[in-house]
Design a protein around this ligand. Structure first.
Ligand code: FES
Length: 108
């Protein structure tokens, strides 16, 4: 696989530098088709394509995870079906429909 040569402004928060030989996994992020690799967490998959995981519930800030080990609760993200998952402890799966903001109708 060739190195990603996109300008930095077009990339997500993280850039994959190694382990590029795993099978691709396709998912939707805010309706956009994205690709990750089998074995990636949802956090890795999303941050390969976006600067943050989600909008904060408490202010204008964006969140991108903190502990990366399932302890801090900073990485909850929504799915189009309304369910929430912890991005750092959930493996990406083909066909996932992930959202970076609260879906309509979510209790606030
Ligand atoms: S980043 Fe802390 S629980 Fe996921």
């Amino acid at each position: 696989m060739k190195p990603d040569r996109r300008p930095a402004r077009d990339m997500g928060r993280i850039v994959r530098l190694a382990e590029q030989g795993r099978p691709p996994v396709h998912f939707l992020l805010d309706g956009e088709e994205c690709e990750a690799l089998a074995g990636d967490t949802v956090l890795t998959a999303m941050l390969l394509h976006a600067p943050a995981l989600r909008q904060s519930e408490f202010g204008p800030e964006k969140r991108a995870g903190f502990c990366l080990m399932g302890a801090c609760q900073d990485c909850w993200v929504w799915q189009e079906d309304g369910g929430r998952i912890r991005a750092c402890t959930t493996l990406i799966a083909g066909g996932m429909k992930l959202l970076s903001d609260v879906p309509p109708g979510w209790p606030s």
